[in-house]
Design a binder for this molecule. Structure first.
Ligand SMILES: C[S@@+](CC[C@H](N)C(=O)[O-])C[C@H]1O[C@@H](n2cnc3c(N)ncnc32)[C@H](O)[C@@H]1O
Length: 243
């Protein structure tokens, strides 16, 4: 059996399992700078997902089910800076539908994709395999209460040299936990690649990191984005104090 047919069978299995849980459609998503178009399997029934979120003890809304400019911009950055990812163990926090994940895998990263939603992690595996030809390792996490498994994995490799995160700061309650988790999981000379579309929580996170002495370089991405918004995405590269 060829590698392609094994991959196709795995994609069919993943898609069939996902279709039992959510209604789906394929959406083309273009990374504007790379000019690369991914086909992203995406949920369609957002109202039902919102209803289901009402019973979630953490009241997390199903933002994983949407395509976000920050995830596209960070995918572009992953391809543009492939040498900084290739061969490295990379963590993505809040991986959603897996657009950034697909690009990071295409760049050659050994990726652990982590998200609160198990369905989003299955979609991430599907979308990465379909577009990058490889699946990430995945882990269901809540960054407000990190598991021993997540911490032990980071300790085993002495911290992640790169942590990727796209549009994960939209709630005030996440600023302190995400800063603490980054400090705990990043290697001493590691870099957090954070993409954000100007939300207040992200600005407060960046200000808090600066106050603690973290260094930062930034670049701006203006799309065009798949869903037609004009938002400017900031992509920031954050390093520990003194590194
Ligand atoms: C706005 S979406 C962005 C998704 C993706 N990074 C992108 O840009 O397309 C935020 C993501 O963070 C995840 N998330 C939110 N709260 C979380 C938490 N407490 N722990 C882990 N993941 C969380 C969501 O499930 C979702 O996938």
């Amino acid at each position: 059996m060829t590698g392609d047919s094994t991959r196709d069978r795995r994609l069919d299995r993943l898609r069939a399992r996902l279709s039992e849980q959510v209604a789906l459609k394929d959406v083309p998503v273009t990374l504007p700078r790379a000019g690369r178009t991914y086909s992203i399997l995406t949920p369609t029934d957002h109202d039902r997902l919102l209803d289901e979120a009402e019973t979630d003890p953490e009241q997390n809304l199903p933002y994983w089910a949407e395509i976000w400019p920050s995830g596209i911009a960070l995918g572009d950055v992953a391809l543009a800076r492939a040498a900084a990812l290739a061969g490295h163990t990379v963590l993505e926090l809040g991986s959603g539908l897996g657009i950034t994940a697909a690009a990071a895998l295409e760049a050659g990263a050994e990726l652990l994709a982590a998200d609160y939603s198990a369905v989003s992690l299955a979609l991430c595996r599907h979308n990465a395999l379909r577009n990058a030809g490889r699946e990430p390792r995945t882990m269901e996490i809540n960054w407000r209460a990190p598991t021993d498994e997540l911490l032990a994995h980071a300790d085993a490799i002495r911290g992640y040299p790169r942590i990727l995160a796209a549009d994960v700061l939209y709630e005030t309650r996440d600023i302190a936990p995400l800063l603490a988790l980054t400090e705990r999981l990043l290697a001493p000379d590691g870099v957090l690649w954070l993409a954000e579309p100007g939300r207040e929580a992200a600005q407060r996170f960046l200000a808090a990191a600066t106050a603690l002495g973290w260094g930062r370089e930034s670049e701006a991405h203006d799309g065009p984005w798949t869903e037609g918004t004009n938002v400017r995405v900031g992509v920031h590269f954050l390093r520990r104090p003194g590194s």
